[in-house]
Design a protein around this ligand. Sequence first.
Ligand code: NIG
Ligand code: FE
Length: 410
Amino acid sequence: MQKILIKNIKGLVQHGENLPKIRKGAEMKELPILEDAFLALEDGIIVAYGKMSDWQGVTDWRDLEVIDAEGKFVLPAFCDSHTHTVFAKSREEEFVDRINGLSYEEIALKGGGILNSARKLAEMSEDELFANAFERIERLKSYGTGALEIKSGYGLSVDAELKMLRVIKRLKQECSIEIKATFLGAHAFPPEFKENHRGYIDLIINEMIPKIKEENLADYIDVFCERNYFSVEEMEEILQAGIAIGLKPKVHVNQFTSIGGVRKAVELNALSVDHLEELTDDDIDALKNSSTMPTILPSCSHFLSIPFGDARKLMDNDLPLALASDFNPGSTPSGNLSFVWSLACVKMKMTPEEALNALTINASFAMDLSDTHGTISLGKKTPIIITKKIPNLAYIPYSFGDQLVERILF
Ligand code: NIG
Ligand code: FE
């Protein structure tokens, strides 16, 4: 058995028993921190924690590795509930096009964007996609990400969507991190179906989804519900087909326009509605009394120079929210959640505590990992971040761009 004692912890963050599965509204300011603490792990399972003055005699401390965390904070690792970590190539040329004045939507209408990534992915082998994604995930882990959702959606054909999902399945097996797989065949209409939406939706429903069921390739189903992409009605039909094989909806809505996708997704019991750069009063009303987690992706707003989601409006309406990276080659080429934390504070006026709740407790809920991730609680096998020496927790979002995660324990 591997036993670890972390001692002299400056602050043990988000610890406790029977913590809520979500924090919403004013509760998002709550963040338990135990000063001068210890934490004991056996094979990664939390077996004890408390004040340093109380640690002796708590358990059998022979043959253990001792980590001295003096001046450092210990917190549950971040959960990244929305990523597109499997892709073929980066897209710097579109980045430069945008600097020169084109918008993300204009680039997409010219055949760039998601279709550009789909062309590149079609040519890449499963092994190469796997190797590239594996390396990316190692980097995300070093940034403090302890669980990760990954979407398909750069395939857009039966073969390529299945190829992506098989890569994600292999990543689940071979990366030492919890991964959830989301089927996003409805990410864009491929060129051959541009004028034949019915044809592509039939392909998703009649060919992709049955194969996904047969090979057990996904946990969730996603649709990009947006002007020029999938309408609310198209989204509903596709989500229903996913629900019929046991996939929970988790959707892209309101990135550029609010067209009613939030209300429909809530009606279909979506686990989360993600993006929300646009947010109307009707969207807020729809989210009230639901168990759908609103999820905001501030790095995407930063990179595309589009509005930041209105986190304060959600919290003022007693709603929760999660934060995620949206890591992908087009709109968010960074999966660094410390940067997300900083953007949430600087651009969305979330306090450091609110934003950390959104990256831990609420984000774990948004990927069905509340029982294992997001808090430091007895019996949990939660990945844990040990920070570098820092004066206080707010120092992490304050020093944006710095790497203050020293290590992550799984
Ligand atoms: O979440 N908006 C849809 N999908 C991705 C971007 C995909 C891409 O540009 O490659 C997103 O931002
Ligand atoms: Fe996305």
